[in-house]
Design a protein around this ligand. Structure first.
Ligand code: ATP
Length: 322
């Protein structure tokens, strides 16, 4: 398995407006008892796009994903997943989805390789020339870093290895659309990096659409073309990490030093400021560093704004202008 280049930050090209929409959700509502957990969620994803769903604990991320997977009936709203309403999805539709649940504790006595071959068997009748199904087990084990564990029983795997197997099960059928619910919980840094490589490859080379929920903002920033923040039952912000950062603060911090003395200046015109700095001090400028609000800063600000009731309108311009 190749080691991922962690400097790569969702660099695959943005999907154009005419790229096929694989996920389309309008006014999704979910009520548990007297509580409206989802209160009008709108979201869209295009083929090959990686979309990250962020939000505080208990906000309804898993509920949303389970509705899209067809595992949970919604209270109201329109939902189209690969052109089908999940409430009426048949076997053929299901074979086009890949699912990595938050926890999957079955099949403990199976050997890893055997389990993947068994699971893969379900997809064989749904193989197409464009998407040969299932994936080759040896290739799949290598891809998720489990080659050495093919003969081990599932219940003897570590937590992180088990999670890698969950990912392998999710992609054995070469899905067009992959749902990942907190996929890297329990991963060590190396496994996380390798997993990110797997996701980039799926999106870039196989045009797989990916919807993932995560609490790891660094992971969201590395993987996602677009980030959705769910709060109070709705998507309160969406956009690329940069677009979201600009919503919170249009200013970036420029740090530099001259003759060992350190300076910092906040500006919304970084290019103009830096040009002026070099025009004035030339080669004396050292340690130049430009810092924009991190996704964590942005996320905290947007969620707190929402919780304090001063939420602004959803900014969907990035998506509509594509
Ligand atoms: N079957 C159910 N019956 C009643 N309430 C439920 C049910 N499933 C979930 N809930 C409630 O709905 C809310 C949303 O839960 P959900 O698991 O979708 O949140 P989440 O955003 O995925 O949370 P986390 O980040 O902690 O995984 C929670 O308050 C939860 O307690």
């Amino acid at each position: 398995m190749t080691v991922a280049d962690e400097t790569r930050v969702a660099t695959h090209s943005p999907r154009s407006a005419d790229t096929e929409v694989t996920l389309d959700v309008r006014g999704l509502r979910m009520r548990y008892g007297q509580v409206d957990v989802l209160d009008g969620v709108d979201l869209t994803a295009r083929r090959g796009e990686v979309v990250a769903l962020l939000g505080p604990n208990g906000v309804g991320k898993t509920t949303t994903i389970e509705i899209l997977e067809g595992f949970r009936m919604r209270s109201a709203g329109e939902v189209s997943v690969l052109g089908v309403d999940p409430a009426h999805g048949d076997e053929d539709w299901r074979s086009r989805l890949g699912i990595v649940l938050q926890s999957w504790r079955d099949h403990g006595k199976w050997k890893v390789g055997e389990l993947l071959a068994h699971m893969g068997g379900y997809y064989q009748p749904h193989s197409t020339p464009l998407r040969p199904r299932p994936r080759d087990v040896t290739e799949l084990l290598a891809r998720v870093g489990l080659s050495e564990h093919a003969e081990k029983r599932v219940n003897s795997l570590s937590g992180g290895q088990r999670r890698r197997l969950d990912v392998a099960i999710g992609i054995v059928g070469r899905p067009e659309l992959l749902f990942l619910d907190e996929p890297t919980a329990g991963f060590d840094p190396e496994a996380r990096r390798e997993f990110h490589d797997v996701v980039h490859n799926l999106a870039d080379f196989e045009d797989t659409t990916i919807l993932l929920s995560t609490h790891d903002l660094d992971e969201a920033e590395k993987l996602a073309d677009r980030i959705l923040i769910l709060a109070g039952g709705r998507i309160v912000a969406e956009g690329s990490p940069d677009e979201l950062a600009r919503r919170v603060s249009r200013e970036s911090e420029v740090h530099w030093s001259i003759d060992g003395e350190r300076y910092v200046h906040a500006t919304s015109d970084v290019t103009g400021f830096v040009r002026g700095l070099f025009a004035e001090y030339g080669d004396d400028v050292a340690d130049l560093d430009i810092r924009r609000a991190t996704l964590e800063d942005t996320y905290m600000t947007l969620v707190q704004r929402h919780e304090s009731g001063e939420a602004d309108d959803i900014d969907t311009t990035s998506f509509e202008e594509e």
